[in-house]
Design a protein around this ligand. Structure first.
Ligand code: AMP
Ligand code: MG
Length: 408
């Protein structure tokens, strides 16, 4: 049995990133950037106002109140084309370009505006009286304050969020080069399995692993290809070996343990499976297998549903991150919490306990493991908020002690 960290490192280092493709921004959310995305423009392209008000020269508003003549307007999408001269101001709106030689934005709440008559009978000149003025530069968004043309806005290997899509759009990038979705072939093994909705014999159970694994693969940026259920017969595995040409990874569930009907190692072995490792020091999920069948990496997950899905979190997700070229693939993030109940000493296997996560009266996070941790119980996995991670040989722990948890 090898430790979980070593198993993960061996999986990650046996894989390399898949090829790339270009997608339009509308399809980019959730995809992983294959190269740095550089801004094609400077934002803002020039100094603009952050408020509705008046662009003025600081020299004109040192003594208040100050009366200025409004000579024009600058709004988002339109500018005042002349430099501002002494005694002048320009009506400005949010996003409007700041005129040359204006250095101060006075918000309109600090101005009294009046149309004052001048010389001729029908000619009026708008004048304003500035009552309060901020220091120069206030309420001005400087050119390039957000980003400059040529700057790296989003780094290679980043899984794109909705916020990133917004930034890419602002950087004038209508399409992006991303990793193609890794194709993950999924098979379930077992004579006892039937798909939900199919007729169910008296000794049969429902195959839940394949569907849950496919959902995970999709959520983690891959393309699941469900190859169905293999019966526990070597011929079925022989056929599988011929169906993997386009898979970046084969994931099996079940048949990986030591029982007479656990055929993954033996039957795929006959097809040329090279085993890198088999069996890891963890619970749930001891019979994990990793190897290669021809060119296709193979991750053999245990059959027990909780074991299969916990191993997917700990090993399949990092494998996908590596195939997607994400930096830091192989790290499983944990956070600190306080134990919500006493736990007995642990044995030689690292433990991953399903637990709820809730705040106590003092606002601290309490992780409370479910009392029964059977690896066939999907109900507690579905209800769990986190997995409490316990090192091999961890001594007995009391409620209130600090623990590491993996948030689900
Ligand atoms: P195995 O590793 O094949 O011995 O399977 C271990 C346990 O997990 C057995 O009780 C199986 O019936 C069960 N099992 C195997 N595959 C699945 C699956 N796809 N969905 C639900 N349970 C499964
Ligand atoms: Mg089986």
């Amino acid at each position: 049995m090898i430790p979980t960290d070593e198993a993960r490192q061996r999986i990650v280092s046996a894989l390399s990133p898949v090829s790339t493709e270009v997608v339009s921004l509308a399809q980019a959310c959730g995809r992983v950037l294959a190269e740095d995305a550089l801004a094609r423009i400077t934002q803002p392209p020039h100094d603009v106002s952050a408020m509705d008000g008046y662009a003025v020269r600081q020299a004109d508003v040192r003594t208040l109140p100050a009366t200025l003549t409004q000579v024009g307007e600058a709004r988002a999408g339109g500018r005042y084309g002349q430099p501002l001269r002494p005694g002048e101001c320009v009506r400005i709106f949010t996003g409007g370009p700041v005129p040359a030689d204006a250095d101060t934005i006075v918000i309109q709440e600090h101005v009294r505006a009046a149309q004052e008559p001048t010389g001729g009978p029908r000619i009026t000149v708008p004048r304003i009286t500035v009552l309060q003025a901020p220091p120069p530069g206030t309420h001005i968004r400087r050119a390039g304050q957000d980003f400059r043309a040529g700057e790296v806005g989003l780094g290679a290997g980043r899984a794109l969020s909705a916020r990133d899509v917004g930034l890419a759009a602002a950087m004038n990038l209508p399409w992006l080069r991303v990793r193609r979705r890794p194709r993950v072939a999924i098979v379930s093994t077992g004579d006892e399995l039937e798909l939900p909705g199919d007729p169910l014999g008296p000794n049969q159970i429902l195959a839940s692993n394949g569907l849950a694994l496919a959902a995970y693969v999709g959520a983690w940026g891959g393309e699941p290809v469900h190859l169905g259920i293999l019966r526990d017969q070597p011929e079925e595995f022989a056929r599988l070996a011929g169906e993997l040409a386009h898979a970046d990874l084969l994931v099996t569930s079940g048949g990986a343990s030591v029982g007479d009907y656990d055929l993954v190692r033996s039957a795929l072995g006959e097809q040329g499976l090279q085993v890198d490792f088999w069996q890891i020091a963890m619970r749930p999920g001891k019979p994990l297998l990793f190897g290669r069948l021809g060119a296709t990496p193979v991750l053999g997950l245990p059959g027990n549903p909780v074991s299969a899905l916990v191993c997917a979190l700990l090993f399949l997700r990092p494998a996908l991150e590596r195939l997607l070229g994400m930096p830091g693939a192989g790290q499983v993030p944990t956070v600190a919490a306080l134990l919500g109940r006493d736990l007995p000493a642990n044995d030689a296997r690292e433990d991953f306990l399903r637990a709820t996560l809730a705040r106590d009266a003092a606002g601290r996070w309490l992780a409370t493991p479910f009392p029964v941790q059977d690896s066939a119980m999907l109900s507690t996995l579905a209800r769990a908020d986190c997995l409490v991670q316990r090192a091999p040989q961890a001594p007995a722990a009391k409620a209130g002690e600090a623990v590491k948890v993996i948030v689900l």
